[in-house]
Design a protein. Structure first.
Length: 282
C-alpha cells in the first residue's frame, strides 16, 4: 500500500506502513479469518447492508463472535472516515479483515476477533466496463470443494492465488475455477455469468462459488429490468455455447470476456447491466 495512507485497526488509526501483527497472529498462522472487499463509488460506500449480512453469516459458519458495534451505521461511518483521511472520495477499494484473536494452536483460546480496515483510492467514481475483453481459460490444477466454507471469503485463498499464477504463466486475463463435480464455480476473484438468447445464467451458491455481493446486485438489477436470471449448474461446455460471458466483483463491477479458446463473445448485455448498475447506486 502506498506511502501516506492510513488503516484502522480495532478503532485506532495507524499509518498503512505500520507493523501491525505479532508472529502469533492466527490469520498468519492458520488463515483463521475472513475478509470483505467494499466499493466506495458515487460519493458513498456502497452495499453496506449486504456486507454486514454476509459478515454475520460468515462468522456463524466460522464460529467467531462479531463485535456488537458492527452495525450498518458503524461500518458506514468507519469507511467514510478512512475514505476522507486517505483522500479517496472519488473512488476507493476498501478491505475489511477479521481474524480470530491470538491464543492456542489449532484450538483457539477465544472466538473473539480483531478487525482491520484498509482503503486504497481508485480513479473511477462509477463502474466502467473494461474496454478490452478478458481472455480466459479453465484452471486445470485443482477443483473447488462444495461446502459452506466455499461460499465465504476466507483469509486462506490459496486456490485463487494458484489460479492467478496459472493465469500469469499462460498470458491470460482470468481463469474459470471448476468444482469437484466439474461444473463452473467462479473466476479467480469474481462470479461467472453466461448469457444465451438474452437470458442470464449463473452457478448457484450450492455449487461452491463465493456468495458475491456484486452477484446479488446483478441479479436484482436484471430482474428489475425484466431480464430473466437462472441460478443453475453450468457445465464446461457453457463456455463455448454462450453468446456472452462476464465476471462480477464488487470493486470492478462487471468484466466482460472476449475470448475462450477459439470462441469470441459480444458484450451488449454487459454494457446494459453496467449502465443499470450505476443507476441503482445510492
Amino acid at each position: 500500500m502506498s506511502q501516506g495512507l492510513h488503516v484502522n485497526l480495532n478503532g485506532s488509526i495507524l499509518p498503512a506502513t505500520e507493523r501491525l501483527f505479532p508472529a502469533s497472529n492466527r490469520s498468519f498462522r492458520y488463515g483463521d479469518g475472513l475478509f470483505e472487499t467494499i466499493r466506495h463509488a458515487k460519493g458513498k460506500t456502497q452495499f453496506i447492508p449486504a456486507h454486514i449480512e454476509r459478515i454475520k453469516t460468515s462468522m456463524e459458519v466460522l464460529k467467531m463472535d462479531l463485535p456488537k458495534e458492527f452495525t450498518v451505521d458503524f461500518l458506514r461511518t468507519k469507511c467514510s472516515e478512512l475514505v476522507d483521511l486517505n483522500r479517496a472520495s472519488k473512488g476507493a477499494r476498501i478491505r475489511l479483515t477479521f481474524y480470530r484473536n491470538d491464543g492456542g494452536y489449532y484450538t483457539p483460546e477465544s472466538n473473539k476477533v480483531s478487525w482491520l480496515l484498509e482503503c486504497e483510492p481508485i480513479e473511477e467514481s462509477l463502474y466502467n466496463l473494461n474496454a478490452a475483453g478478458h481472455v480466459i481459460d479453465i484452471f486445470p490444477d485443482y477443483k473447488k470443494q462444495i461446502h459452506r466454507l466455499s461460499n465465504i471469503k476466507c483469509n486462506n485463498a490459496e486456490m485463487s492465488v494458484l489460479a492467478a499464477i496459472y493465469k500469469k504463466e499462460n498470458n491470460l486475463d482470468d481463469c474459470v475455477i471448476l468444482n469437484t463435480n466439474f461444473s463452473i464455480a467462479e473466476g479467480i476473484s469474481g462470479n461467472v455469468f453466461a448469457v444465451k438468447n438474452g437470458v442470464l445464467y449463473t452457478p448457484p451458491i450450492s455449487d461452491g462459488c463465493v456468495d458475491g455481493i456484486m452477484r446479488k446486485q446483478i441479479i436484482e438489477v436484471a430482474k428489475k429490468h425484466r431480464i430473466s436470471v437462472y441460478e443453475v449448474s453450468l457445465a464446461m461446455n457453457v463456455l463455448l455455447n454462450s453468446d456472452e460471458l462476464f465476471l462480477s466483483n464488487v470493486v470492478s463491477g462487471l468484466s466482460w470476456i472476449s475470448a475462450y479458446k477459439a470462441k469470441r463473445f459480444t458484450n451488449s448485455m454487459s454494457k446494459l447491466l453496467v449502465e443499470k448498475l450505476n443507476e441503482s447506486l445510492e
